[in-house]
Design a protein around this ligand. Structure first.
Ligand SMILES: CC(C)(COP(=O)(O)OP(=O)(O)OC[C@H]1O[C@@H](n2cnc3c(N)ncnc32)[C@H](O)[C@@H]1OP(=O)(O)O)[C@@H](O)C(=O)NCCC(=O)NCCS
Length: 158
């Protein structure tokens, strides 16, 4: 059975540069230019209040999730991706759950994210975890690519 681990990337860790390089390569492969953070991934990561979770399967990078908490009011999940050959095995869900838990520890009451409505697997995954569509933002990614803004509210009694 494959060994699976989800770990937070620490900027001062020895493997940080190599990991970010690998993620940037994946980012270019998975996302079209208008949706990709590849050219400014490192800048995003340097921003205060931003975290990156890396999924390793058998010691190899297989996916990642980026999240941020720009204010005490809400957090955002800014990226979520799993390498193609590792999809459909529950890894995306595990990454999403881990990112949600990271956001929860920041004591925000809401998580927001944007997703292209054409990305059915991602949309289903977010809905499965309770995210609701807030609105459709036309031309969010490019002149012909829209986004749903979605949100998940934490139940403060929990
Ligand atoms: C979205 C993504 C991260 C899902 O990762 P994954 O490891 O394949 O997903 P999982 O195996 O954990 O599936 C979890 C849930 O996602 C949804 N899902 C996953 N693949 C799906 C598919 N091909 N069709 C429909 N729904 C799907 C389902 O709700 C599934 O739950 P179920 O198994 O109970 O039906 C992956 O497809 C991906 O990297 N896509 C490209 C990048 C992307 O679109 N990122 C989101 C941008 S905002």
């Amino acid at each position: 059975m494959a060994s699976v681990a989800i770990v937070e990337l620490h900027r001062n860790s020895g493997n940080c540069i190599k990991t970010v390089e690998e993620i940037v390569k994946l980012e270019r492969k998975i996302f079209p230019k208008h949706e990709s953070l590849a050219t400014f991934f490192d800048d995003e990561l340097r921003k205060k209040n931003t975290g990156l979770l890396c999924l390793h399967v058998d010691g190899e990078l297989a996916g990642y999730a980026m999240y941020s908490w720009p204010s005490s009011l809400f957090a955002s999940i800014t990226k979520l991706a799993v390498k193609e050959q590792w999809r459909g095995k529950g890894h995306g869900e595990a990454l999403l759950k881990a990112a949600i838990e990271k956001c929860r520890t920041r004591k925000v009451s809401r998580i927001m994210l944007h997703v292209d409505p054409m990305r059915t697997p991602a949309l289903n995954l977010y809905k499965k975890h309770g995210f609701q569509v807030d609105c459709l933002i036309e031309r969010y990614y490019s002149s012909d690519r829209n986004a749903y803004r979605m949100y998940l509210d934490f139940d403060e009694s929990k």
